[in-house]
Design a protein around this ligand. Sequence first.
Ligand SMILES: C[S@@+](CC[C@H](N)C(=O)[O-])C[C@H]1O[C@@H](n2cnc3c(N)ncnc32)[C@H](O)[C@@H]1O
Length: 180
Amino acid sequence: MPVTYTKVEKITDAAAVKLAYKPTHPGLFEVAYAEGDYNSKLVAARPYAKGEILCKVEGITAGPKKYTSVQVGKDDHIELNSDLVFMNHSCNPTVSLDTDTMTVVAVVDLKEGDNLTFFYPSSEWEMDQPFPCWCGAEQCVKNVQGAKFLSKETMSRYFLTKHIQTLLEEREAAASAAQV
Ligand SMILES: C[S@@+](CC[C@H](N)C(=O)[O-])C[C@H]1O[C@@H](n2cnc3c(N)ncnc32)[C@H](O)[C@@H]1O
């Protein structure tokens, strides 16, 4: 599906933004705009079963590491160029963003209106713009900075992209070598 998308940078009038809003994936998910910095979110526009693919990730472009980018390799980052950029992080996520298959997959059963969130360190090694997490999950990591800053035990609870698995393995190997 071709994606037509214009990112709204700062929202000072959510009602006006909603009036002008054209979803990039109508019928699948949509942005719930909220005023203020980074307060908006992406919500399901229909139910999904656990394991179901919400969409293929299309229309991406390569770019520098930014708060909107997604890491797809050790040194490679992309922009999503769609409403998917509004997916927030959660330590108890509802979807995975699989950059190996370029799909968004439900990791729990979802109802219409449910918040679509993924675990940012599943793709990000060292984030450009770390933040204190508001997700409130029981096992919240509190500071979302990237996989580099989390233990392998914490990371083992989540879906991980191949580049993050590799980077974690390299970190463990380096730590073992340093102990010898
Ligand atoms: C790509 S944006 C996601 C959409 C963002 N909520 C917005 O309204 O533009 C990523 C930014 O959203 C915020 N964010 C996402 N998930 C968060 C969370 N669980 N806790 C706190 N801030 C979060 C952070 O500021 C992060 O840098």
